[in-house]
Design a protein around this ligand. Structure first.
Ligand code: B3K
Ligand code: ZN
Length: 898
């Protein structure tokens, strides 16, 4: 990567099929940490679908070229360069053998083949395979692979690769080998190998059609006691995909391997999923309820890729959402089914609320900034920068809309047709949409806009009741508001929006729904309006009383709804809406409105006050025992500071923090008795249970504790938190107690107790890296005070012996937690947070560009902040732009500054 040359832009419009195809790949590895020799024998032929190229151009990076042979004869026409290998005058159909050397120990990028904890691992998506051998490293080149691994038997007793084990045995000089074969054609990004000292939890299961399957979860020996939950999650995933989609595991064995140095969550390599330890290892002492849920979701996600991604893959990287949006949708449905089955709507809603909260906080923000892009992007500089909230989460919402329109059965028909047509192929988002359309006899042409238009759509709603006619008109208007420039360019016309609606009567019950032109009311009291024009009016008839509309039930489309509810109406919806999602939504709207008003006052130094009616609405939820604990917890959690700051005309994190803290304190003091009662009622004594119900009790009880820690006199809360910390038999209770102590200490006191717990936590878990990550993160996200700004704590922790910038989890636990999850401290008026951010982006850029680029994104919304912050953010961005070398980071900061 040159310092000065602008990296090239890759465009979707430039797609051309590959000039050559590769049908088979035989890889041989002599695994030596600093000098691994790779011999790659491929069957290559010209692509009949492409124009004739003069030479074969293979990609390669950080490789030492050794030799080339064509049909067994040394080949002189091979020219290695910085980005690959050119082969002149090759035959039309031939065998190509290439030998090259790479250095896994020196590979700190964690892309390609690398060493972690003395073991070998690979990560090839998106373009890591070219760091292992020269190849046509693009997803539309699909081949079958055989892989032979050779290594020291003492140092690397376990040798794994994709597919089925053919043979293994000993070699001279203390070495041994294993030979693997993957019978399914796959793109190079799904290749994987693992070698090292690992042990496995094993299970044998029968698939739906009665075939035996071997399941393994491979970890370092001391982690074997933390694999049960991942294994159970895998078994549940296999069953679920059979039942819900009729999709069976196609290999005889399925392996999951955990590694502690990993750039993201996990990777769906065929038959050999490689996971960040964070998404595998769990037991009650080390993992929180959220960790348990995340492991289930990620194990499911990677397993589901076996069909959506691996059997049917992407033609090119612009189609990434084809596999990611669809697979996120599948994992969300899996988690909802695991929590509530197909019919427990309240339990399913909990999952839906959590997913929508993430979408709104992260994806909507992405859409509002310089990285805004459509679900199917038009261009990129570095593809790894496009594994985004838009491609994943908005992509999942687009898939969900098909299911909302066609129902589960119609959606299933579409999936069946998709696999029937495209199994074994590399295809596009259009192919998926066409399968859904054809299976349901529907024209989905307009739906293409969901893939090509960036920005968050806004739907404004006007309603009008005609008492004489007993008619209720709902007029919907769609647009994008003031979109970011990056989004505006892509916006061409109205979207098809499935808009779910209900009408609520004075008694709080749903009214029957009958649209004009229909002969009778429908059975369901929720209707999905098909809103396809810029403006459309839907007329409900036989509406006996003026209703209150419940809009966009279950968040039926990824849009912002604008409707002028009064405070009383929101309180009414919060108390009565039959749609649990919208019940939660009403509370969030109420809270957001109050908090934004207060933040605007805080920004001008005006005094703050909160109306009693808002406190009363919260009190009703807190004490309503007909609501599930997990729902109450979600409804009582205020919108995050980041989300609120993003809603202000000018983001002011300090004002948001002041406003939110004011409300938290007010709710804590006003409802102290109720919080204490809830705290007592929802304890979960006895042995830890990882069920959603038990987790719900813990969540509500722990929310009560965090509110109590806000009391003007926190002595009682400090006592409760210390006691909870000491008595905890699980990480959820222990970590929340520690966080409550840290925050109480910053605000009001109890710092001795906080320090004691912090020290205990470290000593107790010194040998558990994932828990030490929490120890760093809790300190990085704690509340600060004028006397003790958190930046000082963070800077000090950077030189803690346990800190290691090269380990992504550790870097995230301290640096990202501070820069992305502690806005009030990160955005300190003196710019100290930004200076720290710049130093860390620059340091990481030299080690691991992918991780550096993620961190670089923390400042992308800089233009939306108050003038002082904006200026110092720009200065920090400019400093980074002038010093970084990777195209990953350069793409991010150059777009931010443009
Ligand atoms: N497909 C991988 C992500 C690869 C990221 C490359 N930078 C994990 C997943 O989405 O399942
Ligand atoms: Zn994925």
């Amino acid at each position: 990567m040159a310092d000065t040359a602008t990296p090239p832009v890759i465009r979707r419009a430039d797609y051309a099929p590959p000039a050559f195809l590769i049908d088979t790949v035989a890889l041989e590895f002599d695994l030596i940490p600093d000098r691994t020799v790779v011999r790659n024998t491929m069957r290559v032929r010209r692509n009949p679908q492409a124009s004739r190229a003069a030479r074969l151009e293979l990609m390669g990076e950080q490789l030492e070229f050794v030799s080339a042979a064509v049909d067994g004869q040394p080949f002189a026409g091979a020219h290695a360069h910085e980005h690959g290998l050119l082969l002149d005058n090759v035959p039309d159909d031939f065998e190509l053998t290439l030998t090259s050397i790479c250095d896994p120990v020196a590979n700190t990028t964690l892309s390609g083949l690398y060493v972690s904890g003395g073991n070998f691992f690979t990560q090839c998506e998106a373009e890591g395979f070219r760091r292992i051998t020269y190849f046509l490293d693009r997803p539309d080149v699909m081949a079958t692979y055989t892989v032979t691994l050779r290594a020291s038997k003492a140092d690397y007793p376990v040798l794994l690769s994709n597919g089925n084990l053919l043979e293994e045995g000993d070699l001279p000089d203390g070495r041994h080998f294993a030979r693997w074969e993957d019978p399914f054609r796959k793109p190079s990004y799904l290749f994987a190998l693992v070698a090292g000292k690992l042990v496995a939890l094993e299970e044998r299961v029968k698939s739906g059609s009665g075939k035996d399957k071997l399941l393994q979860v491979w970890v370092e020996p001391h982690d074997l006691d933390k694999t049960r939950h991942a294994m159970d999650s895998l078994i549940h995933s296999i069953r679920w995909d059979e039942e819900r989609f009729g999709l069976e595991l196609d290999l005889d064995r399925f392996m999951i391997v955990a590694v502690s140095d990993f750039n993201m969550g996990a990777m769906e390599n065929k038959g050999l999923n490689i996971f960040n330890t964070k998404y595998v290892l769990a037991n009650p002492e080390t993992a929180t309820d959220t960790d348990f849920a995340n492991i289930e979701a990620v194990v499911g996600h990677e397993y589901f890729h076996n069909w959506t991604g691996n059997r049917v893959t992407c033609r090119d990287w612009f189609q990434l959402s084809l596999k990611e949006g669809l697979t996120v949708f599948r994992d969300q449905e899996f988690s909802a089914d695991m929590a509530g089955g197909a019919s427990d709507e309240a339990a399913r809603a909990t999952k839906r609320i959590e997913d929508v909260r993430v979408l709104r906080q992260m994806q909507f923000a992405e859409d509002a900034g310089p990285m805004a892009h459509p679900v199917r992007p038009e261009s990129y500089v570095e593809i790894n920068n496009f594994y985004t909230m838009t491609v994943y989460e908005k992509g999942s919402e687009v898939v969900r809309m098909y299911q909302t329109l066609f129902g589960r059965d119609g959606f299933r028909k579409g999936m069946d047709l998709y696999f029937k047509r495209h199994d074994g192929q590399a295809v596009t988002c259009d192919d998926f949409r066409h399968a859904l359309a054809d299976a349901n006899g529907r024209d989905l042409a307009q739906f293409e806009r969901w893939y090509s238009q960036a920005g968050t759509p806004r739907v404004s709603v006007r309603t009008q009741y005609d008492a004489a006619q007993q008619q209720y008109n709902v007029t919907l208007t769609q647009g994008y508001g003031e979109a970011a420039p990056a989004a505006r360019e892509t916006q061409k016309g109205p979207l098809p929006i499935p808009f779910a609606i209900g009408l609520i009567g004075k008694d709080g019950a749903d009214l029957p729904l009958q649209l004009q032109g229909e002969t009778a009311a429908s059975a369901s009291t929720t209707r999905v309006l098909e809103f396809t024009q810029a403006e459309q009016t839907f007329t409900f008839v036989n509406v006996a009383q003026e209703p209150l509309p419940s809009l966009l039930r279950n968040f039926s489309a990824p849009v912002i709804v604008e409707y002028d509810y009064s405070e009383e109406e929101l309180a009414f919806l919060l108390a009565h809406d039959s749609d649990p999602f919208n019940r939660w939504e009403a509370g969030q709207r109420l809270a957001t409105r109050e908090l934004l008003t207060l933040a605007a006052r805080a920004a001008t130094g005006a005094p703050l006050q909160l109306d009693d009616s808002v406190v009363a609405a919260f009190a009703r939820v807190l004490t309503d025992e007909s609501l599930s604990p997990s729902f109450r917890e979600l409804a009582l959690m205020l919108p995050s500071e980041a989300y609120l700051a993003e809603q202000m005309p000018e983001s002011n994190p300090a004002a948001v923090h002041a406003a939110r803290q004011f409300v938290r304190k007010r709710l804590a003091n006003a409802l102290k008795g109720d919080w204490l009662k809830v705290y007592e009622q929802h304890r979960t004594p006895g042995e830890y249970e990882a069920t959603p119900e038990a987790a719900g009790h813990r969540a509500l009880k722990n929310l009560a504790l965090t509110y109590l820690a806000e009391l003007d006199d926190p002595a009682e809360a400090v006592r409760l938190a210390s006691a909870q910390y000491d008595a905890a038999n699980n990480m959820t209770d222990r970590s929340v107690a520690l966080a409550a102590l840290l925050n109480a200490a910053a605000a009001n006191g109890g710092s001795a107790e906080a320090q004691k717990a912090l020290d205990d936590f470290y000593q107790r878990f010194e040998k558990e890296p994932l828990v030490i990550d929490k120890w760093f993160a809790l300190q990085a996200t704690q509340r600060g005070s004028a006397q003790r700004p958190v930046i000082d704590v963070v800077r000090k922790l950077m030189s803690h012996p346990a800190f290691n910038l090269k380990n992504p989890n550790r870097a995230r636990s301290l640096i990202f937690s501070f820069c992305a999850a502690n806005p009030a401290q990160f955005h300190a008026e003196d710019g100290s947070g930004y200076a720290f951010w710049a130093d860390q982006v620059i340091a990481l850029d030299a080690i691991n560009p992918q991780v550096a680029a993620r961190l670089a994104r923390s400042l992308e919304l800089w233009r939306r902040f108050t003038p002082t912050l904006r200026d110092s953010m720009r200065a920090a961005l400019e400093k980074v732009a002038s010093q970084v070398k990777s195209r990953d980071v350069r793409e991010i900061v150059e777009k931010a500054l443009a």
